[in-house]
Design a protein around this ligand. Sequence first.
Ligand SMILES: [Zn+2]
Length: 239
Amino acid sequence: MSDGQGAAIKVIDAFDLDDELRSLLKPGEMVLDDRKRRHRLPRYFYEVPSHEAAQAIRLTQHFGLNEFILVDLRETERLQQFPRYIPCAVRVLAFYLEQFRAAAGASVHVAVNGGYRSPMHKMSTHATPHMWGTAADIYRIGSTILKTKETIEKYNELAEDVAEEIDVYPYGHVTGNTADDHVHLDLGYITVVPREISEDRMEVPQEAKPRFAFEERRRKERRSAAESGAAAFRPPPAG
Ligand SMILES: [Zn+2]
């Protein structure tokens, strides 16, 4: 599979997870957004084995996986235990956040509960891209805490200028579609089918042995691993 030098992230089909996890993550289920449109929840997730792994795995140069799974008691207890799961589309989000960071010229900080939120999260009252791993609530940029109309509108505009795909919540006090203490940006309801996964299975729990894949390492990661000589992660033997 890989050269075995580490940093491979495990990709799973959520239909292979146990009954409890499936009932919490709801792969493939339809949920309504605040305008009664239906959206299908993601099916393919990264499996994060430990807190240390979450901290070590980088999605882009400046964004680590851990930044997108920070939650408090509003997330269901089981989903706060490792291994944890996050939709594979989070990689796309990290890419756009990296562009946003460059445009802002400062570090971008995702809030607690501001990355991935499961369908069971108390803030998941209707479909929002947070449940797809494609939204981020940003509470601080550089040393600026985002809590004034002026700063939120400034960075909202900057985010919208980064790419047409980015949507933001306007400044306002109605939770869910406006924001007055953070910048919410999202990419909509993107689901990702990782190239390492085969899509030959039904959308039902599988009788046969679960299958999974390890994301093939990116060229850049291979290069930096070779340079540092460090192997952050070594996948366990398959099977
Ligand atoms: Zn948000």
